[in-house]
Write a new protein. Structure first.
Length: 567
């Protein structure tokens, strides 16, 4: 994957600039220490041990002002990996350790003091055998929901929930990547960092073409949840095409007296000439409107008794789509839920109906639940603002909250699934969402291969009921079955490789196909299998962790053609 950024360079450069001298802390109590930062270096490399308790780190700068407050699992016994902390205006680290000191030992003997280093660079060379080859991942650290997605000046911008200080959930920040083709991603500097209002939870960006907010024509306006004692909605804006953001001086902008109040996803509603903001509020979606992106009016709520309510509703998105073959326009409301997915944990449900700029009306009965993807690893689905040709391009987080922090990687955790094009189709009396890989994914298809590899596409021309097995020499396998009579597609990963890290991981997932599958597309990357009905009526996304790549394929009821991936 083509990912780069200015201060993150190769191991060779890093070796020339590293300061290896042991750090000498000022131990103030059995859980409190301070460290003087080495001036003249850009970074302090913090050693992380994932089993350690979180340490609260305050970066103290000139005038004894606290400039940042990251939480880091500083190494007590052993180092799992390093994370960089920019020194910038910092002069001292003030660190409070938590946990049982009787078990952890003396603070002065912690491994972090011996292993902490100062450098001008940070090595992001991949050290993970399960890092995907053609899916977006962070350079390092934890990633979950995609955020702030927009298209402008020939580039797709993808922000995401990111922990720059470890590969577990913490320190929520907006990481930022950009791509010209939705496949090859370049890492940019952090988009939005935590502040006194809160850490930075999920949200969205819009291109303000008509300068309704007063930040300038075509300014990029971001809305995000500030998470502290309460959850509130804040704004930032960019006048350089989305490269850097300035926070609005009157944050927070939207508040409410409820605990779960988050994930604003903005769009322009042409009918009312206003911006609409769906927000996830407990187990419903609320809709707000504004003419200037600053003053918001509550319009309505949706969700009571509709769909699945086994968990908290999150990450809304609302969009008009045309029903295939009819020319009829309907609205689709995305509602990500955790837990409550069809096979446990997190998943994306959706509702079809109409939206008049004030209220969403669902056309299905309240008890009807529709899932966008029937795999275990498809969550936080949101679409890009301002996409060309009025396309509805979605990006999803390819993991599940049941085990996302336990998967067998450490340098990074989590990837995004392939970009997907969304549409609608009718099946009987109901309307459903079509999901297909975007046209940009087609450019990955390379030469034909004789057998599967760790990164490939398998196209299966289906002839009735199908059974397809991917396997390796270790006896690990993934079995997929399409039952033409029952109109179901199943993927069994119970013997797919390493399944030991979570009891919720070894599972068979099953999806309705809404008719016959004529052609099946499988996208295999080092740790994932994404299955699509070529007509878009079925999608299934599952992680796998084989000890070696699947290099054997067996097919009954169809003909498989294997293509290499040219990335």
């Amino acid at each position: 994957m083509n990912i780069k950024t200015a201060i993150l360079t190769t191991a060779a450069t890093m070796a020339c600039t590293m300061a290896y001298a042991q750090t000498h802390p000022m131990v103030l109590s059995d859980n409190h220490a301070m460290v003087r930062l080495e001036q003249g270096k850009k970074l302090v490399l913090l050693p992380v041990e994932e089993k350690a308790d979180i340490a609260n780190v305050r970066v103290i700068g000139k005038g004894n002002h606290c400039t940042r407050r990251p939480n880091v699992r500083l190494a007590v016994d052993n180092v799992d990996y390093y994370v960089p902390l920019e020194i910038r205006d910092g002069q001292t680290l003030d660190i409070i350790f938590h946990g049982d000191r009787r078990k952890a030992g003396n603070l002065k003997d912690f491994a972090c003091w011996k292993e902490m280093k100062f450098s001008d660079t940070f090595d992001t060379t991949n050290r993970e055998r399960f890092r995907p080859l053609y899916h977006h991942t962070p350079l390092y650290g934890w990633m979950n929901d995609p955020n702030g997605m927009f298209y402008k000046d020939g580039e797709w911008h993808l922000c995401y929930q990111w922990n720059p200080y470890g590969s577990q959930w913490e320190n929520m920040t907006w990481g930022h990547s950009v791509s010209k083709d939705l496949i090859h991603w370049e890492a940019l500097p952090t988009a939005i960092e935590a502040d006194a209002v809160g850490t930075i939870f999920s949200g969205s960006c819009v291109v303000d073409k008509d300068n309704t907010a007063g930040f300038g024509k075509n300014a990029v306006v971001a809305y995000y949840t500030s998470a502290a004692e309460s959850q509130t909605q804040s704004m930032a804006y960019s006048t350089d095409g989305g490269r850097t953001f300035t926070k609005y001086e009157k944050n927070p902008v939207v508040t409410a007296g409820v605990p779960d109040f988050r994930d604003p996803h903005l769009f322009w509603h042409e009918g009312t000439k206003k911006w609409i903001m769906p927000l996830a509020v407990g187990q419903e979606m609320q809709f707000y409107s504004s003419a200037n992106l600053k003053d918001w009016t509550y319009e309505s709520s949706f969700g009571k008794e509709y769909g699945n309510h086994d968990g908290v509703w999150e990450c809304p998105d609302l969009m008009p789509l045309t029903v295939r073959g009819t020319g009829q326009q309907k609205w689709m409301l995305l509602c990500n839920i955790n837990p409550g997915g069809p096979f446990g944990g997190s998943a994306t449900q959706y509702f079809i109906g109409q939206f008049d700029g004030h209220r969403f009306t669902c056309e299905s009965k309240p008890e009807v639940t529709k899932w966008m993807d029937y795999g275990k690893d498809h969550y936080a689905t949101v679409t890009f603002d301002n996409a060309p040709e009025n396309r509805r391009v979605a990006i999803v987080w390819m993991s599940n909250w049941q085990y996302a922090g336990a998967v067998p990687t450490k340098q990074f955790r989590s990837a995004n699934a392939l970009p997907r094009e969304l549409g609608l189709f009718n099946d009987g009396a109901e309307t459903y969402c079509t999901v297909t890989p975007t046209k940009e994914v087609d450019a990955l298809r390379g030469k034909k291969l004789k057998k599967p590899t760790e990164a490939c596409e398998v196209v299966v021309d289906v002839k009735g009921t199908l059974e397809l097995t991917l396997a390796n020499q270790k006896g690990e396998q993934v079995v997929m079955r399409y039952d033409q009579q029952k109109q179901t597609f199943a993927m069994d990963r119970t013997k797919s490789g390493d399944v030991s890290f979570s009891e919720a991981f070894p599972v068979e997932t099953v999806a309705p196909t809404h008719g016959n599958i004529r052609q099946l597309r499988l996208f295999i990357d080092r740790c994932s299998i994404e299955a699509f009905d070529a007509d878009g009526k079925m999608a299934m996304t599952n992680l796998v962790f084989p000890s070696e790549p699947y290099n054997v394929i067996k097919v009954k009821g169809g003909k498989a053609t294997i293509y290499g991936i040219e990335n």
